[in-house]
Design a protein around this ligand. Sequence first.
Ligand code: ADP
Length: 672
Amino acid sequence: MFKKILIANRGEIACRVAASARRMGVRTVAVYSDADAGAKHVQACDEAVHIGGSAPKDSYLRWERILEAAQATGAEAVHPGYGFLSENEDFAQACADAGLVFIGPPPSAIRAMGLKAASKQLMEKAGVPLVPGYHGADQDPQLLQREADRIGYPVLIKASAGGGGKGMRLVERSEDFAAALASCQREAINSFGDDAVLVEKYVLRPRHIEIQVFGDTQGNCVYLFERDCSVQRRHQKVLEEAPAPGMTHALRQKMGEAAVAAARAVNYVGAGTVEFIVEQPGGYDQPEAMKFYFMEMNTRLQVEHPVTEAITGEDLVAWQLRVASGLPLPKRQDELRIIGHAIEARICAENPDNGFLPATGSLHVYRKPECTSFEIGDVRVDDGVREGDAISPFYDSMIAKLIVRGDTREQALARLDAALAATRIVGLSTNVQFLRHVVGSSAFAAARLDTALIEREKPVLFQQQRLPLAQAVAAAVAQVLQGERTQEGADPFSRRDGWRSHGVAERRWDFQRGESSTAARLRYLHDGALQLCVGDGEAAVQGLLDWQPRADGGLEVQFGGQRLRAQVHGLGEQLHVFAPQGAAVLGLADPLAHAGDVHSEGGRLTAPMPGKVVSFAVKAGDKVAKGQPLAVMEAMKMEHTIAAPGDGVVAELLYAPGDQVAEGAELLRIQT
Ligand code: ADP
């Protein structure tokens, strides 16, 4: 086994590889760009080397720098993760030339699977089923037209060198073929510098099912069953699960053996994935009628590998390191078993209501479900970020992967929903609530899967509000009042809460949810009870409001006879309400009048929000006067000055400039 490896990647996959290496006693070297200087993956490794600027072409794609870093630190092998250099045959070769082991397949296997048309020819020879189509070298337009007519419409024209969903044209009728071909060729030459295309039958309502394969240098090759990745948006995966719902034993064996044949055809070594498109001629209810066709092979570890780990109990990164160091596969085919069902959800910084446009910003609040961290357990979170970190425009918008396992699919679904409900992110838009809607949809629950599920189920997936507005507002009001209570102590005469010894006082807030505004009116009754009215007219919801703080920082809110376990986070002029039912963002002009103030309790000065310490204007021993600036904090790209609440002497600074601090962290101490 290696003593030290370099991880030529960032984010969650770099952390993931580092975790396995650590457990195996293998030391790790991280590489990082300017933007990643304080990143989690840098901390996760034993050593780290700066390799350049923030843009991938200036750092994670600069192989000379990466090879230099490996040599300078004495690493014996390079793990490429996924993306970046993982499927670059020249990089794999350069590693070998530099005397380093590339933790992946031989360059020849990467090359063989790199071009769609060439890989299909190879697969045809190996007896792997292909989508009916034409993938020959002769590119005469008339020949291509005749082939399309023979295959039957609709057909798909694909750029042979294409990838990432680019360079594809769907053609419905023979008379449209010539124009679509010309347009596809133009895009192919512009994007990939190669106008060769292939034509294949367009499979209607297909599923995407892929097989995890593993080969070693002794010539062994096994499959670790399938993953169903049919739930996609923009041809990219959103939810992945294993095993595939409805998969029969016979079909699994046939697909597994076809995948192993594909891997053997290119002398595959290491982790690989053979992707199949699966036709369902009998509809969703007749899995035995499913037909599968080779689509492509990914010659690396996949993002969704954890679901395979969850159902097999195997650590695929550990397998990769073993195989790369020359050891045989740890298990034979007949020793591998499927235990239970696993689902992965990709949590991304994006806006589902706006075409899934990627979002950037800071993870002002980032709370995860309780999990067994890396260990293969029932709830696992793989990520490469911490609270306070930024999701920058330079890299992928994926924040985290949530992986759950259950004895049955039903149990896994319930766990995933609970885990998503416990995921609280404030500071940028994410797809967490959207994922809950997909997971909770009847189509997904009943496993009526195909690649158009999200598109088809649009009406039920978008703009759903599962948390009733009145309940969300009640939680927000309770949070505001609780904030005032803890700030001002129990003395009723100093409270701002409208308390009166005689008579009734009323307060009013106007909350925004989306485009609409809702009034909340609170009345203080004689007996000390609070009555809340949310909304106006017939739609108004009225009832008594009460709450208890919870040990986890949340509130147990009772409103109008209903109970809500809520967590409310304030950010700027917004209150983010999270509850098991769902989440809501409520706008409130100046919601926490004290949000920018310093919380000062007996000389302790605490951070009003999570963020970064930019600078201190004072040092220990300095005399300070009331109102004097003490420190500057940065949160959400805005600077906040923290001023002295009274005269005194600085006793101690508890952080240094550049430190990330949590909300409520004590920044400095003042002797008054
Ligand atoms: P890329 O390399 O650009 O990702 P793929 O060949 O892997 O292209 O196809 C991407 C996606 O397009 C698949 O996941 C599937 O949803 C769809 N697709 C590809 N081929 C077909 C086909 N023959 N019929 C129907 N859908 C297809």
